[in-house]
Design a protein around this ligand. Structure first.
Ligand code: FES
Length: 782
């Protein structure tokens, strides 16, 4: 990408507005704002239509850039966005509700006339104020409390669908998706419903006022509505104060206000009343409209959940990832720092674009594809991350699951009508203003079987486990590819699709009572079949023995995934692939990818004997001159120390094989830059919890200012989730690294196979699914 360089003058670049001016010694510097960065406009139709797509250039070439148009640094890659969310000290949330467009004096006067005094809320306050308040107000949001609202959400949803189910055509936004979340929000907050029509108008005004770009002539009208919203919120709080007992978050907050007036102050209650309505209403309405639209546009996905409602929880996560309602959020750098290696000055304002992060192919395979069985769909950042993560996320999830349950049950033949979608111009929230759908009422299933309306599926409050997602595949071919190694070709049922996958991925194969992980060694471009190879292990715990003794062509198998913890870093200059025995399977797919990328690579492949090493001929043919074989009974051994004793800058090493090979590599590469070695383990270190041999300990959550007890029979991960603290997970046996958290103090009893010896000794992170504390207490950055 070409860089537009303009000379800087008197502290601010005259043309670009770039804040990087001057250089040490007073010499003029060159402005780093590129042409693409200068052209970025978050209010443009292209961006509003497809924020993730319109920032693809940034994710690929310039993941952190300064936008003169809005005066913000824009952050677009998954890891960077997550890191900014995670560190709320370096990156303060204080500007999250700041107006992105300055208001005219006239509009300010209107707001003043209403006594508008929106103070800090949970969204935009710094520590130390934030966490005590969050803790004081959290109880209503924990999963056990939310479960009480399930019947209410179902009842309201059904009432709205009843109104249009026989009509054959509806605008789902106007007739359901706007009203139901508002009504649910009011019930959740415990406020009367009679002010709903006014609230509807006010809620939009708040969005435009804060995140939009109202023209000067619109600003007064917007200010009138925001002022009215503020006034109405105050009236409702006053009404509730008269009788603060009873259900609802606002009543609870008012009771907390009485108990701890210094933490939950009077003005705070008024502010969160208004902010709470917006947070609980509009984001859910938009997310639901986006989800239904994208599912109907991907008909197979819609039909899949009509057939199998157990797919709904993960479909909701995938829709939140693919087309979430929160496009971007804001933070402010409190000190000069770096993001993704880019220097960021102190006081810089940041626009962190979740919609872009959620489409980052460094984290999500084929991110533009909607895949409702995507195993890591729940990794999306649509609810933010860390201590400021959306408190209402599980209420939103519950509503979206119930909407899909109701519509796929009662209107499975729903289709999207011809229409042009429009969006409210703003930087942060996105959802179509209308969503017209059509169907043939004569074909409504309840006309022939009214009982269908009572169909219920089990809701998942919280991130659904990817372990629940399965595919039923058929063994199309079983072939012995080396002594003691069989290759299986697995195909889906006719008419079904295989999930997309990327090189390095593996599947979990149900082997009788057990589940075992096997790397995919076929071609990701092949969407007709999956290929794995399984070695008969002498000390088999049952998995490989079952495959070798029971499985034959024509059998059906249950498969979960694919999941990928061994993804190729495309930015590496070159690669060395190291395989020991059956560890060649992921290398098959990775080496093919390296060749496709046009990178230099070598394959080092070791085994006991040629007969026991699968795919040797295939490799030599596919990668001429790149394969180095080390065969024990032919007298050649891989000289790990010699090969890896000196560093190769820019080279990444991917290794899969027996533990002794991986350990030898780790030792030999001790002087290489951190992150140069990627290892794939298929066997955990034995993470099964044995309560008789454990002790209980406390975890102090430093960011949240909470202390939780981890009993002998619970993992840290389980305890965190029960306290409504989202920590991602995948394998839940110490293999993948998904559940890693930072350790602030205390000694970790590491039980994973992800961290290197040096990282374990360092003790700065731990895997919460399996590792524990050696002592009585451990402090985590959560
Ligand atoms: Fe995979 Fe913990 S979830 S290491």
């Amino acid at each position: 990408m070409g860089v537009v360089r303009r000379a800087a003058t008197d502290g601010v670049d005259a043309v670009s507005g770039c804040p990087i001016v001057g250089s040490p010694g007073g010499a003029p510097s060159l402005c780093p704002v590129t042409g693409a960065a200068a052209a970025f406009d978050p209010f443009s139709p292209d961006y509003l239509n497809d924020p993730a797509g319109s920032l693809r250039w940034s994710r690929d070439d310039e993941p952190v850039f300064f936008s003169p148009e809005i005066g913000y640094w824009v952050v677009t890659r998954y890891d960077d966005v997550k890191e900014v969310f995670r560190d709320n000290v370096t990156f303060s949330p204080s500007i999250a509700l700041e107006k992105i467009t300055a208001t005219s004096r006239e509009a300010e006067e209107v707001l003043e006339s209403y006594g508008y005094a929106m103070s800090r809320t949970l969204v935009n306050e710094d520590e130390p104020a934030h966490m005590p308040r969050r803790r004081a107000l959290m109880e209503s949001f924990i999963p056990a409390e939310l479960a009480h609202h399930e019947d209410m959400v179902r009842r309201i949803t059904r009432e709205y669908v009843d109104r249009f189910v026989d009509s054959g055509r509806a605008d789902l936004v106007d007739q359901m998706l706007w009203e139901v979340p508002l009504t649910v929000a009011l019930h959740f907050l415990g406020v009367p419903e009679d002010d709903m029509p006014r609230l509807r108008r006010y809620s939009v005004a708040h969005t435009v006022n804060t995140w939009g770009r109202p023209a000067p002539e619109q600003q007064v009208a917007v200010a009138e509505a925001v002022g009215g919203f503020w006034q109405l919120s105050g009236e409702i709080v006053d009404k509730i104060r008269v009788d603060p007992e009873g259900p609802g978050w606002m009543r609870y907050s008012i009771r907390q206000n009485a108990l701890m007036p210094d933490v939950v102050t009077d003005s705070y209650v008024h502010s969160i009343m208004m902010a709470g309505i917006v947070a609980a209403h509009e984001t859910t309405a938009n997310a639901s409209a986006n989800a239904i639209r994208v599912l109907l546009e991907n008909r197979e996905a819609w039909d899949d959940i009509c057939r199998d409602p157990s797919l709904i929880p993960n479909a909701v996560e995938e829709c939140l990832r693919h087309s979430g309602s929160i496009v971007a959020w804001r933070r402010k750098a409190t000190v000069a720092t770096t993001i993704g290696g880019v220097p960021i000055p102190a006081d810089a304002k940041l626009l962190i674009v979740q919609a872009s992060a959620n489409h980052d192919d460094r984290h999500f395979d084929h991110p533009d594809t909607l895949d409702i069985r995507r195993p890591n769909a729940g990794d999306h950042l649509s609810f933010g991350f860390g201590s400021h993560q959306c408190m209402g996320k599980n209420l939103a999830r519950m509503e979206m699951q119930i909407f899909l349950e109701e519509l796929t049950t009662r209107l499975p033949h729903l289709r999207i009508a011809e229409q042009e979608f429009t969006y409210l111009p703003n930087t942060s929230f996105r959802g179509p203003e209308h969503l017209w759908v059509e169907w043939d009422p004569e074909a409504n299933p309840e006309r022939t079987d009214p009982r269908i309306r009572d169909r219920r599926f089990e809701l998942q409050i919280g991130v659904p486990s990817s372990r629940l997602l399965s595919h039923r595949l058929t063994v199309a071919d079983r072939a012995e590819v080396a002594a003691g190694v069989v290759a299986l070709t697995l195909v889906p049922a006719p008419g079904s699709r295989l999930p997309a996958w990327s090189p390095g991925a593996h599947i979990d194969l149900e082997c009788g009572e057990l589940s075992r992980q096997y790397s995919l060694c076929g071609d990701p471009e092949d969407r007709e079949s999956l290929r794995v190879a399984v070695r008969m292990e002498e000390k088999s715990r049952g998995g490989s023995r079952w495959v070798h003794s029971q499985l034959k062509a024509g059998d059906q198998v249950v498969v979960r995934g694919p999941r990928n913890h061994f993804r190729l870093d495309p930015s590496a200059g070159s690669y060395i692939f190291v395989a020991g025995g059956i560890g060649i399977t992921p290398v098959m797919a990775l080496a093919r990818e390296a060749r496709r990328l046009g990178k230099y690579y070598r394959i080092l492949y070791a085994g006991r004997s040629r007969q026991t090493m699968p795919f040797v001929g295939e490799l030599l043919e596919e990668h001429p001159g790149r394969v180095h074989l080390y065969i024990g009974d032919e007298g050649t051994r891989m000289p790990v120390e010699e090969l890896f004793g000196t560093t190769h800058p820019g080279t990444q090493v991917y290794a899969c094989g027996p533990q002794r090979l991986l350990s030898a590599l780790e030792d030999a590469m001790a002087a290489w830059p951190q992150g140069s070695l990627h290892s794939e383990h298929f066997a955990s270190a034995g993470t099964l919890l044995d309560p008789d041999n454990e002790h209980e300990f406390e975890i102090e959550l430093v960011d949240s200012n909470q202390t939780l007890l981890v009993p002998r029979d619970r993992t840290v991960l389980q305890v965190l989730r029960e306290a409504n603290i989202d920590v991602q997970s995948d394998c839940e046996e110490g293999l993948c690294g998904a559940c890693e958290v930072r350790v602030v103090a205390g000694t970790v009893d590491h039980r994973d196979v992800v961290l290197s010896h040096a990282e374990k000794a360092d003790g700065r992170t731990m895997m919460t699914c399996c590792s524990r504390a050696f002592g009585e207490r451990i402090s985590l950055s959560l």
